[in-house]
Design a protein around this ligand. Structure first.
Ligand code: HEC
Ligand code: HEC
Ligand code: HEC
Ligand code: HEC
Ligand code: HEC
Ligand code: HEC
Ligand code: HEC
Ligand code: HEC
Ligand code: HEC
Ligand code: HEC
Length: 335
């Protein structure tokens, strides 16, 4: 069995005491230079007697039963892990050696029991760790394989959200809304704070979760917004009445999307609007638009404008323009 040459480095750093004081320092510095200049090989040459030559053969697969002997708890818990399917699946080529599908061939480690001889995905760089998972999880319907998504680009590895061996709600995969929210909120504290505002989707109550609107694995839409069918944003999954197509579309609903007027995470304003009241939301665009109707503009405070904004009657725009998301009967979005 191969043993790391532990006694060797000890010998280098504590030279025999019979050297005079100054010479001892020279010896130590020479040893240090030698070591750093030619790491590894130099250690062998400098030693007497030479330790057994290191076994340079690549590690072999030894099978999950071998791991069981020393990792009984993990092995037993693994019997209920969805990855246990790998153990019996001949197609993936890891039958009988599921442990090593993620940890790599384990013969060296089984001999040495050293952590340095086994792959631990959580200790690798995110991109490298993800590669291990994607050997099997590429091209899944949930865009799991889209490693160009924002999380992957920002060094958030699969194992940041998926704990392979942990039991409990945030184990392999969080499924309950409250558990998912907790997982995401851990990093996105500012977003979570928005959900504490008075008008918001009911995430803190556990009635909805971030993945109702976002795909944690990325999507074709910006901000990893979920899609329902084709490229439609996930808002329509629940707010289908806003989906259209309408005969009379309201341009921003169609072109800019819901966040043009709403703060989807939560807002101080009723209806999660971006502004304190409806008037201000509308005027953000409509005070500057060239008017279609009257010669000197339909908006304004002076007649013959249709809208006299100095009169309270005109200030609540949606009293008249009720179908602000689109209408099938009224070009002016009245009904
Ligand atoms: C002879 C006993 C023994 C066998 C067999 C064994 N291990 Fe280990 N394993 C250990 C010990 C001891 C440690 C702790 C090492 C340390 O912390 O320095 C360990 C640690 C690990 C770690 C953690 C490494 C890290 O960086 O934290 C992994 C992963 C692991 N083993 C996987 C496996 C797999 C997979 C197998 C089967 C191929 C296996 N082990 C077989 C004894 C064993
Ligand atoms: C799907 C990939 C995968 C499979 C299969 C897998 N592991 Fe792991 N293992 C991991 C990851 C990732 C970690 C890092 C900790 C975590 O995320 O849970 C880990 C951590 C470990 C550790 C270190 C635990 C610690 O607390 O530091 C040991 C030991 C281990 N695995 C052994 C095994 C054994 C034994 C098997 C088979 C019964 C196995 N693993 C199967 C991915 C896997
Ligand atoms: C050797 C192939 C293989 C590797 C490598 C692998 N997986 Fe899996 N994974 C599977 C199989 C098989 C399943 C069972 C479910 C299925 O049919 O997709 C699964 C299921 C899962 C699930 C879903 C569990 C559920 O309840 O739906 C998650 C999450 C997962 N794996 C994450 C990972 C992560 C993270 C890694 C990398 C550390 C990884 N896997 C590596 C094959 C693999
Ligand atoms: C930002 C956190 C996060 C990251 C990063 C992440 N996942 Fe997930 N993953 C989730 C959540 C949350 C779910 C549950 C989604 C649901 O229930 O709709 C999930 C579900 C899954 C599933 C089960 C199938 C499904 O969609 O329900 C698999 C398999 C999976 N992830 C694999 C991976 C792999 C492989 C990676 C790395 C390439 C990865 N995940 C990266 C959070 C993440
Ligand atoms: C380990 C930390 C971490 C976890 C956990 C995490 N994220 Fe992220 N997320 C990031 C980082 C880092 C970025 C990139 C910087 C940024 O935009 O804040 C990011 C970006 C995003 C973005 C912006 C995407 C884009 O394309 O601009 C969304 C949406 C997102 N995360 C949603 C989620 C959801 C949903 C969850 C839970 C399933 C989650 N995140 C869990 C760290 C995390
Ligand atoms: C009701 C749907 C919805 C829910 C639920 C939701 N988001 Fe979002 N999120 C959006 C939309 C829409 C955007 C894009 C906003 C924009 O373009 O201005 C967004 C943007 C983001 C961004 C990009 C940066 C930013 O702050 O605008 C991050 C990060 C993010 N969401 C994380 C999360 C997390 C984490 C959760 C759960 C705690 C969550 N979201 C829940 C709809 C949602
Ligand atoms: C999973 C379902 C679901 C999704 C997806 C969803 N919502 Fe909602 N939304 C609801 C529910 C349920 C309510 C009512 C909340 C309440 O009663 O507290 C609501 C309320 C609202 C309200 C306030 C309504 C009011 O009467 O005050 C607005 C605005 C809104 N959603 C916009 C959006 C936008 C924009 C998106 C996409 C970014 C979206 N929603 C995605 C379920 C959803
Ligand atoms: C041009 C601005 C604007 C855009 C874009 C917009 N909304 Fe609205 N939305 C409003 C206003 C204003 C109200 C409040 C109406 C009222 O007070 O009568 C509202 C109310 C709502 C309500 C609650 C009342 C109701 O009619 O059910 C929901 C839900 C809603 N919007 C969802 C959405 C969704 C989903 C989208 C994206 C498809 C969207 N909105 C895009 C301006 C907009
Ligand atoms: C993000 C910019 C934006 C916001 C906010 C906005 N609109 Fe519009 N609206 C437009 C654009 C662009 C058009 C198309 C103008 C055109 O075709 O000349 C339009 C068209 C309209 C029309 C139909 C005009 C016609 O063709 O007869 C009405 C009515 C209308 N908006 C009312 C509202 C009301 C009420 C609000 C506030 C709830 C609002 N809009 C908020 C950009 C916006
Ligand atoms: C008392 C009912 C009423 C209220 C309140 C009202 N409007 Fe109108 N709006 C009308 C009528 C009537 C027309 C003209 C219809 C026509 O000539 O076809 C109109 C037309 C429009 C048009 C069509 C474009 C144009 O210039 O002709 C826009 C845009 C518009 N209103 C925006 C608003 C906004 C923004 C508000 C809130 C600040 C608002 N309206 C409040 C009744 C109202």
């Amino acid at each position: 069995m191969f043993r790391p040459p532990r006694d060797l480095s000890m010998g280098l750093l504590s030279p025999p005491a019979r050297f005079p004081r100054g010479a001892r320092w020279v010896f130590i510095m020479m040893a240090a230079v030698l070591c750093s200049a030619t790491f590894g090989g130099a250690q062998e040459k400098a030693s007497a007697p030479a330790p057994p030559a290191p076994d340079n053969k690549p590690a072999q697969y030894v099978g999950s039963d071998t791991c069981q002997a020393c990792h009984e708890d993990i092995f037993n818990a693994f019997q209920k892990n969805p990855h246990h399917a790998v153990e019996a699946d001949k197609k993936r080529g890891f039958d009988g050696k599921a442990c090593e599908s993620c940890h790599g061939p384990g013969s060296k480690h089984a001999d040495s029991m050293s952590a340095a001889d086994i792959r631990q995905p959580a200790k690798l760089r995110p991109a490298e760790a993800d590669k291990i998972c994607l050997v099997c999880h590429l091209n899944q319907p949930t865009h799991v394989g889209r490693i160009n998504a924002s999380h992957a680009k920002n060094q958030v590895a699969c194992v940041a959200c998926h704990s392979i061996h942990k039991n409990g709600p945030n184990g392999l995969v969080a499924r309950k809304a409250a558990d998912i929210n907790q997982l995401c909120a851990k990093c996105h504290t500012d977003v979570w704070a928005s959900f504490q505002r008075p008008y918001k989707h009911r995430l803190p109550e556990g009635a909805m979760s971030c993945v109702d609107c976002h795909n944690p694995h990325g999507s074709v839409l910006p901000r990893s917004i979920q899609t329902v069918s084709a490229n439609e944003p996930g808002c329509f999954k629940c707010h289908g009445d806003k989906a259209g197509p309408f005969i009379y579309e309201h341009a921003p609903v169609k072109l800019e999307g819901c966040p043009a007027c709403h703060m989807p995470h939560g807002s101080q304003n009723p209806r999660m609007l971006t502004r304190q009241n409806v008037l201000l939301v509308c005027l953000e665009c409509h005070s500057n638009l060239p008017s279609v109707g009257a010669a000197n503009g339909s908006m304004g405070t002076i007649g013959p404008a249709i809208h006299d904004f100095s009169s309270p009657r005109f200030q609540n725009c949606t009293n008249c323009h009720q179908k602000v998301h689109g209408s099938n009967v009224s070009r002016d979005l009245f009904k």
